[in-house]
Design a binder for this molecule. Sequence first.
Ligand SMILES: Cc1cc2nc3c(=O)[nH]c(=O)nc-3n(C[C@H](O)[C@H](O)[C@H](O)COP(=O)(O)OP(=O)(O)OC[C@H]3O[C@@H](n4cnc5c(N)ncnc54)[C@H](O)[C@@H]3O)c2cc1C
Length: 423
Amino acid sequence: MINSKQYDVIIVGAGPAGSNTAISYKHLNPDLNIAIFDKSQFPRDKSCGDAIGPGVINALKRFGNEHILNGEPEVVSTTLFGPKNIGIQNYIPEVKNKEDSVVYVIPRLDLDNRIFDLAKSLDVDSYEEYRYLGFDRTKDKKIAVTFKNSDGEEETYLTKILVGADGANSRVRKNLNLNQNTDWHKAIAIRAYIDSPNYLEIFKERSLMFEINVSALRGYAWAFPSKDTLINIGIGMPLSLFKKENKNINEMLNDFVETLESRGVIVDNIRMEKSYMLPFASSRPKLAHDQVALVGDAGSMINPMSGEGIFYGMESGFLLAENTHNFLKNENEKINQGIRAYEKSFNKRFSKHYLSCALARLVLQSPFMTQRLLAIASIDQHTIDFVVELLFDEARLTIKEVVLLGSKFLLPLWLLKLLKTTN
Ligand SMILES: Cc1cc2nc3c(=O)[nH]c(=O)nc-3n(C[C@H](O)[C@H](O)[C@H](O)COP(=O)(O)OP(=O)(O)OC[C@H]3O[C@@H](n4cnc5c(N)ncnc54)[C@H](O)[C@@H]3O)c2cc1C
């Protein structure tokens, strides 16, 4: 059944990428008719480390929405462990491109619902329990998008732009005949929640704990403190290696729990284990198509070093709205120009950053290099700050940075220490 309601923009997926696309369009042009469809009923859970950093805070602040973080405890530092138990703790440095150098850990069940609510409050039509099935192009150059509702009935809606924000297994992406990322450009990770009455005591403060290349071969495990005694834990590794080594993700999680316990962390009430894929931005599909665009995980935007994806997804939604909102009353050619401009501005902003993170991923996949990097970082503040900026900001490797880091890798540690003390 074709519904009489027509939209300027239909967004499939109400995760952070989809919701922020809707929020951005409505702020930039309140007259637009925007609809957002999701197969789930919100609030809905999503497998994630739940960590959001300066980028997400910035994206919320852009339209005055940072109040949704009120009352959440701030995470102030990172603790990195590598092979041979080398561990370093570092305050999250002032990042260059953002105002706030703070991280929050908010369960996605909550966070995504808060962001979706922001969109709903802006007169965006929201359809929950509507599963996207596919789209067609009509003779008068509209896109007809078909969904199955909770009663099993099919409904079709017309739009000028269709946005695929439907996550790592995006069906919109499939309908554009774009391949999924290969296993090399994907990770598999599992998340669980635990209660730990002594986590803050063990790590001295609210610290994000990363364990690189130890429990997860060529990957990492994490423990991120949320509110009170709630801790999000998880572990992930490249999918190609996971399959080759015939690993079991639940066993990997159990091993990591044992490692946590061996560090003195009390682990109670392990629950809500859920695994999922992370499509890395080291291999991105074409984002701009004829009246269709991809944002967030549907467009493979996850940082290949850190696994962070919420910020890039939200920012892609903003960039799409920024580049197209003025053209929606024009002909399709103009709209398509805007969609192409979106892809160009996204790539201009993030390509070098992603490339730098992909290189860092290669370094961190070697236990020897991880050990060496952490040893250097433990005596050299600049190196640890740079690693943390790759994790939490949009840092990129310049030639100067490569030469500087390369020389630190080559120098013996005693000489590096000496140079530091004489400086
Ligand atoms: C284990 C793990 C840990 C992670 N940790 C972090 C972290 O700590 N910090 C971070 O920033 N990122 C993290 N990420 C990445 C992050 O989860 C994603 O990058 C982020 O969720 C992308 O947001 P999105 O809106 O693009 O997609 P999603 O959040 O996946 O939202 C997609 C939405 O589309 C809906 N949908 C899907 N198919 C259909 C359909 N056919 N019809 C209608 N609706 C549909 C889904 O119901 C869903 O609500 C992690 C990922 C994993 C797997």
